[in-house]
Design a protein around this ligand. Structure first.
Ligand code: ZN
Length: 71
């Protein structure tokens, strides 16, 4: 199954499934980082794969990465 995403579909998905907003205007593929705006006001970059499949739908402040860093 190969779902074809467009920037419009991603924007719609983002609005329906998260509190973030999509700022990017173009989508060139799954490896591209898209720019989002978190509900807290931070901008963050994420590939759509991570946003969608890994549920990473907020910035690193609101949703810190699971792996602790700098320990
Ligand atoms: Zn945030």
């Amino acid at each position: 199954m190969n779902k074809r995403w467009t920037i419009d579909k991603i924007r719609e998905f983002t609005e329906k499934n998260s509190t973030s907003k999509l700022l990017s205007k173009e989508y060139h593929g799954f490896s591209q980082k898209l720019l989002f705006k978190c509900e807290c006001g931070n901008n963050f970059e994420k590939t759509f794969t991570k946003f969608n499949k890994n549920n990473q739908r907020k910035c690193d402040v609101c949703q810190p990465p699971k792996e602790p860093r700098g320990a």
